[in-house]
Ligand binder design. Structure first.
Ligand code: NDP
Length: 688
């Protein structure tokens, strides 16, 4: 095995000296490749150039393949580090796409020495497995970043193909320059060419979209291909809705909403109550459908998804009759009162991790308050919302009051931009939240945004360690880590770190990954191949940046699982606050363990994030628990538990994790508007 691929675990001076020596040998290898090419670059040649024995070179790299893989990996890593640094400075999706182009075609990539080394590798990628691995890893990262940013500007299919075109053009332009010995292109003209190409494509795509008349667009928009992520099997094909369908749905909703709002809260509550009953009766089939569509284990979906949806409907069914304003005494001459009125037609847009639960969390308070809701599930998980629509109808909800709109982001935008929709409640990523808020601003819609997080769990020295480990496992591996409020930064007091980590490793190792439909399975599949690549990319970055894998750390492909997108629950120890796995939302089964020694220190580190969705504290000291919770910048907190979300408690984030709240009485405020009424009890005393 190539030792270079495993980062050193400790950093003793001796290791550092070894690392320096290894890096020197890699530099010499790059020189050699530039001067004498792939064939001439042998262990003996490197030893000669470095003035060391061939035995020493093979001590570090085993053989020639190992040496060249290490050199290729080193070039790829430093290129990707430059891309990442530039990506961090890009504040818009377009700027981040440009960052990928600029760095890949930067002057140093056109430098004869590095360029010739790259070329030597390229020539061997098809023949040497190690080189192929490095190249595939790099391409995957680049494509997934490009796709992610492009999806915020254009439709998903267009984003995928434009990302592939950009990557191909980067390679093509660079290769052309290399083969002409850097005569036919330089960095500046290569970048200008790519930039003009991207601008041109984005403009063409925008024009093509604008040119399609509404009715045709409605008929010709994409079809959603719904996949079982555990097997890759096609579950359904669903046509996406376009402008005509959305307009028609809004018109139906407007009509239905007027009569619905005229009912008493108790009458509305009875319909919700019946729908909750149907959800409970159909729990088994809904759980199976949710499992097939999301890859989550049936062990979870049969006790959480439809049942928590039913609880939510029951809660708002009970609350519906209690929604009201207040009476205000204004003295003998008058009194005032407020009315809590529905907003009208509202939109819900869901993420793919809890499709049915999200649909219930949004629709139940909306309907209880007298609104109509158009709900768009994520394009990857559109199935259970259709069942919910049928259940509402069967429970007696008049037609038009809850309608499922299918499609990807462009369909979502039809809702967020529609002038007759008065509010949008979104569950999704921070970038989507910003896009939705910007679109909603055009018509001054209200927004509730349930966005991403990178939440801390703090384990103090007096915590019950088994409980804390349970909390960390629940807060990282439930739903294969695809939970927004996950406590992915686990801060453990240094004095209990060793014991905590030992128990954590033992219990993580025992988790059963497998067929999600098997009741014994505890960890199922991730939602898509693309998402799995993203998660694996973060795991690779964690390793590269020096974190230590305690358990997991790889895709699982045993037997039938190779057909799906499974990643082993992964625990990183020895993490530092600045690592990507500690700063960025991964949304997969990846936990980062960090040590701390002092309360003030841990509070500062826990708050040092742009997110603020959730936080958890494990301690037996009552005073400390409440003191620390009060200082944490998070919308939803737990003391001695994690990730439990009873419907009675409002749920939501602060900072970039969102706006507004779902659940609890708080949601009523977000689905109603206040009308203030002044009532005169005396004649008007007019001075005119
Ligand atoms: P996305 O933000 O990618 O998508 C969320 C929904 O928004 C999807 O239905 C999507 O459509 C739609 N959408 C995307 N772009 C737009 C747009 N410009 N206008 C209108 N609608 C749009 O999130 P994911 O589905 O990938 O879910 C994962 C994210 O959700 C994570 O960041 C996670 O933290 C967050 N999340 C937050 C929760 C919370 O309560 N705070 C709970 C669960 C998840 P489509 O995908 O169909 O194209």
């Amino acid at each position: 095995m190539n030792r270079q691929s495993t980062p050193p675990l400790h950093h003793s001076p001796r290791d550092e000296a070894e690392e320096t020596r290894r890096e020197q040998l890699i530099e010499v290898t790059i020189d050699s490749l530039a001067e004498v090419g792939y064939v001439g670059t042998t262990l003996a040649e490197i030893a000669r150039r470095a003035g060391v024995s061939p035995g020493l070179v093979s001590h570090y790299f085993d053989d020639k393949d190992g040496l060249l893989e290490a050199a290729f990996r080193s070039l790829s890593r430093s290129l990707w580090a430059r891309v990442r640094a530039k990506l961090a400075l890009g504040h818009t999706p377009r700027a981040r796409v440009q960052a990928v182009i600029d760095v890949n075609l930067a002057p140093e990539e056109f430098d004869r020495r590095t360029g010739t080394a790259w070329l030597a590798f390229w020539g061997q990628v098809l023949h040497v497995r190690g080189l192929k691995r490095v190249q595939t890893g790099y391409q995957r990262r680049m494509l997934s970043n490009l796709r992610h940013d492009l999806r915020q500007m254009i439709a998903g299919d267009d984003a995928r193909s434009l990302a592939a075109m950009i990557a191909a053009m980067i390679d093509g332009v660079w290769l052309r320059a290399a083969l002409s010995e850097w005569q036919e292109a330089d960095s500046a003209s290569a970048r200008a060419l790519l930039t003009a190409f991207v601008e041109g494509r984005l403009k063409d795509l925008a024009q093509a979209r604008a040119a399609v008349p509404p009715r045709r667009a409605a008929e010709s928009v994409a079809t959603l291909r719904v996949i079982n992520p555990a097997t890759g099997e096609l579950l359904a094909e669903i046509p996406a809705d376009g402008p005509a369908q959305v307009d028609a749905a809004v018109a139906r909703a407007q009509q239905a909403q007027r009569e619905w709002a005229a009912l008493s809260g108790a009458q509305r509550g009875r319909v919700l109550q019946r729908a909750a009953q149907l959800l409970r009766e159909r729990n088994a089939q809904l759980a199976e459908l949710e499992t097939r569509n999301t890859g989550k284990p049936i062990q979870e979906t049969s006790v959480v998804d439809a049942l928590s949806g039913a609880e939510c409907l029951e809660y708002y069914a009970g609350l519906a009759a209690a929604i009201g304003g207040e009476h205000l005494d204004l003295g003998a001459a008058a009194f005032g009162y407020t009315r809590r009125e529905p907003l009208g037609v509202v939109g819900g847009i869901g993420a793919w991790n809890y499709p049915l639960q999200i649909a219930c969390w949004k629709s139940a308070p909306a309907l209880a308050c007298g609104n109509a809701m158009l709900f768009k599930p994520a394009e990857l998980t559109p199935l259970t919302a259709i069942e919910l629509e049928a259940i509402y109808r069967e429970a007696g909800l008049p037609p038009g009051l809850f309608q499922v709109i299918q499609g990807a982001a462009p369909t979502g935008r039809l809702l967020t931009r529609h002038p007759a929709i008065r509010k949008i409640s979104l569950t999704g990523e921070v970038g989507t939240g910003k896009a939705v808020m910007a679109d909603a601003a055009e018509t001054l819609k209200q927004v509730t945004l349930e966005l991403g997080g990178k939440s801390p769990i703090i384990v103090f020295e007096d915590a019950q360690l088994d409980n804390a480990v349970s909390g960390a496992l629940l807060g990282n591996f439930y739903s294969a880590g695809e939970v927004c409020s996950n406590g992915t930064r686990v801060f453990v007091h240094a004095s209990v770190h060793a014991g905590f980590v030992e128990r954590l490793r033992a219990r993580s190792d025992a988790l059963r990954i497998g067929d999600p439909l098997d009741p014994a399975t505890q960890v199922g599949a991730l939602i898509s191949a693309e998402h799995m690549e993203k998660v694996l990319g973060y795991i690779a970055r964690g390793r590269a940046q020096g974190a230590r894998v305690l358990t997991g750390g790889a895709r699982v492909t045993a037997g039938q699982l190779a057909r799906g997108f499974f990643v082993a629950p992964t625990v990183f120890d020895g993490c530092r606050d600045e690592m990507d796995i500690v700063r960025r939302e991964i949304f997969g089964p990846v936990m980062a363990v960090l040590k701390f020694t002092d309360e003030d220190e841990v509070v500062a580190r826990a708050n040092d994030t742009e997110f603020g969705l959730a936080a958890g504290v494990f301690t037996e000291d009552l005073r400390r628990a409440h003191r620390v919770i009060a200082r944490l910048e998070a919308g939803t907190c737990w003391i001695n538990h994690y990730n439990i979300t009873p419907v009675e408690l409002p749920f939501g984030g602060v900072k970039l994790s969102g706006l507004g709240r779902e659940n609890g009485r708080a949601a009523i405020e977000h689905y109603t508007q206040l009308k203030s009424v002044y009532v005169a009890m005396r004649d008007i005393d007019a001075p005119y």
